[in-house]
Ligand binder design. Structure first.
Ligand code: HEC
Length: 195
């Protein structure tokens, strides 16, 4: 539908002719005239602010290289994470069983407190598997036993990563040297097929 009425006074209720004349720009293109209608000051200030912000940003990151760019930041964070989540020495190194009484008693204490509920006070099993026989699901090398205790398993063995490695080595020693009648010399291990 064509609107024939081009008289602004009739189209807009609040039309203010004087105001319009003040804003009218001089040029005239085939009868098309233009108002110089600037955006409100708050918007302009916001705009200037972004310009200044961009200058500061460019200076900080690009001209003077004070702050790290995304890629550098990523590298820094990855390096920090690698440090923070570094595998404990004991996990990567060979575990040396502790044979002194103090350590074995400490291991026994950890066992009584954290393990006996599932593995039985004498390690004969219960909820957890028997730790005194020569059947091993995850292997009976000190490293394997240590890892099983530290990381737990998906089949009900809790993870004890919250205990310090020292305590884990103590309890590992206790299991392999005290609970195990065959001691750690028995190398037979039933490897679980789905592990
Ligand atoms: C919530 C019960 C529970 C607690 C507590 C628990 N275990 Fe276990 N543990 C299990 C179960 C169940 C298994 C068998 C896991 C499997 O088959 O994956 C197991 C398996 C193990 C194994 C692997 C045995 C093998 O044949 O390879 C070791 C070693 C072990 N536990 C030591 C410990 C020690 C040491 C503690 C205490 C620090 C402990 N467990 C506490 C339930 C428990």
């Amino acid at each position: 539908m064509e609107n024939k009425n081009t008289n602004p006074k009739e189209i807009f209720e609040g039309y203010n002719e004087k105001y319009d004349q003040k804003l009218m720009i001089e040029h005239d293109y085939d009868g098309i005239r233009e108002l110089d209608n600037p955006p409100p000051p708050w918007l302009m200030w916001l705009f200037y602010l972004t310009v200044f912000w961009a200058l500061g940003y460019a200076a900080y990151f690009h001209f003077f290289h004070i702050g790290p760019l995304q890629a550098e930041e990523y590298k820094i964070e990855m390096a920090e994470a690698a440090k923070k989540y570094k595998k404990s020495d004991a996990e990567t190194k060979q575990i040396v069983l502790l044979t002194d009484e103090t350590s074995l008693n400490a291991g026994a204490a950890v066992y009584a407190k954290s393990c006996a509920a599932c593995h039985g006070p004498k390690g004969k099993g219960g909820i957890g598997v028997n730790l005194t026989d020569n059947k091993w699901i995850y292997g009976n090398s000190p490293e394997n036993v240590f890892k099983t205790i530290k990381n737990g398993t998906t089949k009900g063995m809790a993870s004890f990563s919250s205990l310090p490695d020292k305590k884990l080595i103590q309890v590992t020693s206790f299991i392999l040297l005290k609970l195990q009648p065959q001691k750690a010399t028995d190398t037979e291990s039933n490897t679980n097929s789905d592990n």
